[in-house]
Design a protein around this ligand. Structure first.
Ligand code: SUG
Length: 417
């Protein structure tokens, strides 16, 4: 039984606002603010509970070992001796944004009938460039069953940011789909983080049918407005593509190719005259999770910021009042993650698979989330002032917190990586 499983990155105990991502306007705008890791993780857990309450299957990916001593060792330094910017990069909790963990091609799309996962190299941002080894270790545990093929990263310098720049459209999750790889060319003052060459390599190793694989450039204005990933301006689920009018460099040719490959497709384009790019980016309207509900119909799982934005909320009200496929709006509070540029969709990696094939330690229900919340309440720091990142006491707290979680979940393999 193939079904969509959302794997959320649990927000780690080192969550802080060091302002490490140029082009991510929320992260740079909040640089220096005091963060609340405990509240952040509990917000993420509440979002997972809301998804479970909608009848969805929920999984989890875990915070990485921070600071990353192995990375610092390769840079010939130690946490105590490293300059402040390297300390911040080694301490970042950025692995929480699981949409950047990997690109996933479900089994029906691949010539070999396996579900392929390629870990993202995240080479453009130094603080994210060292995520992939532990992400890969977690994917190899969670998806060890031979129905999955887990791949290492595409080599640098080709930047790959994973599922955040990948959309899959299909009649139903268990049917063959059309995969769209969205890449950046340039974005005004900001880096384009997904390179076409990386996407093409992922498509080849996933053994996708070229006739059902599309490439689309992100528009330069979208990147310049703060859409550092495609999932800030577009989201897809089954036959529905929900996108901002200015998301793509050449939307008409993308839509034409998509209609040819999947005649059933429904494209919901939000006009800039109703919702500006600035409103789309600040509200994270498109960073919603677009999901199919077990009883039929689709829901958008939106951040509170989308409700707080007048133009966005008015547009959404009109959307659900109409006769379209999106019928339900679910609002979640993930403010701590949002302040670093990560909305509901950034926090999850979608995998279409039979849950029975997944290592059960990476699947969660309400009772397991209670146990995880207990660890968070006991061990996650209440606040982190980015000026205190070098403090050895903080390092001890962060390391003990992760250890307590791995022990609680019995995922001890990750301790001795
Ligand atoms: O890569 N923020 C992340 C947010 C990623 C959001 N993911 C998706 N859109 N799928 C990023 O820019 C900020 C961390 C800091 O500044 O400490 C950060 O890495």
């Amino acid at each position: 039984m193939l079904t969509e499983i959302n794997f959320d990155g649990l927000i780690g105990p080192s969550h802080n606002y060091a302002g490490l991502s140029p082009g991510n306007l929320a992260a740079t705008g909040n640089a220096g603010r005091v963060s609340q890791p405990r509240a952040a993780a509990l917000e993420g857990i509440a979002k997972m509970r809301a998804n479970i309450a909608l009848g969805l299957t929920q999984g989890i990916l875990l915070p990485h070992a921070r600071p990353d001593h192995l990375w610092l060792e390769r840079l010939a330094t130690t946490y105590a001796e490293a300059p402040a910017h390297l300390q911040a990069q080694a301490m970042s909790a950025s692995a929480m944004w699981a949409a950047n963990a990997a690109t996933v091609s479900p089994a029906p799309d691949s010539a070999d009938g396996r579900c392929h996962l390629s870990v993202a190299n995240l080479v453009t941002m130094p603080h994210r460039s060292h995520e992939w080894p532990e992400t890969l270790a977690q994917l190899r545990l969670a998806f060890a069953d031979p129905v999955f093929a887990v791949h290492g990263p595409v080599p640098a310098p080709f930047g790959d940011e994973g599922a955040a720049n990948h959309m899959r459209l299909c009649a139903a999750h268990d049917q063959p789909g059309v995969e769209i790889f969205v890449y950046g060319v340039s974005g005004g003052p900001y880096p384009a983080r997904q390179h076409r060459e990386a996407s093409a390599a992922v498509a080849r190793r996933h053994r996708l049918d070229p006739a059902y694989t599309l490439y689309a450039a992100q528009s330069e204005v979208a990147i310049a407005a703060g859409a550092f990933h495609n999932d800030v301006v577009a989201v897809a689920n089954e036959r529905v593509l929900f996108a901002h009018e200015q998301a793509f460099a050449n939307p008409q040719s993308l839509y034409a190719d998509l209609r040819a490959a999947l005649p059933k497709v429904e494209i919901i384009e939000v006009p800039a005259a109703h919702v500006s790019l600035a409103d789309a980016v600040s509200s994270y309207l498109f960073n919603a999770q677009l999901v199919t509900l077990p009883g039929g119909g689709m829901a958008l799982i939106l951040p509170q910021e989308a409700r707080d934005n007048h133009a966005v909320w008015r547009w959404l009200q009109a959307l659900v009042a109409g006769n379209g496929p999106i019928r339900h709006l679910e609002v979640v509070d993930v403010r701590q993650s949002m302040a670093n540029g990560g909305g509901p969709a950034c926090l999850r990696l979608r995998v279409v698979a039979d849950p029975i094939r997944v290592d059960p330690r990476f699947l969660v229900d309400g009772a397991k989330l209670d146990r995880i919340a207990g660890v968070v309440e006991q061990h996650w720091p209440e606040t982190i002032d980015p000026g205190m990142i070098g403090d050895p006491a903080l390092v001890g707290t962060v390391e003990r917190a992760r250890l307590a979680l791995l022990e609680e979940l019995d995922i001890v393999e990750l301790i001795y990586r």
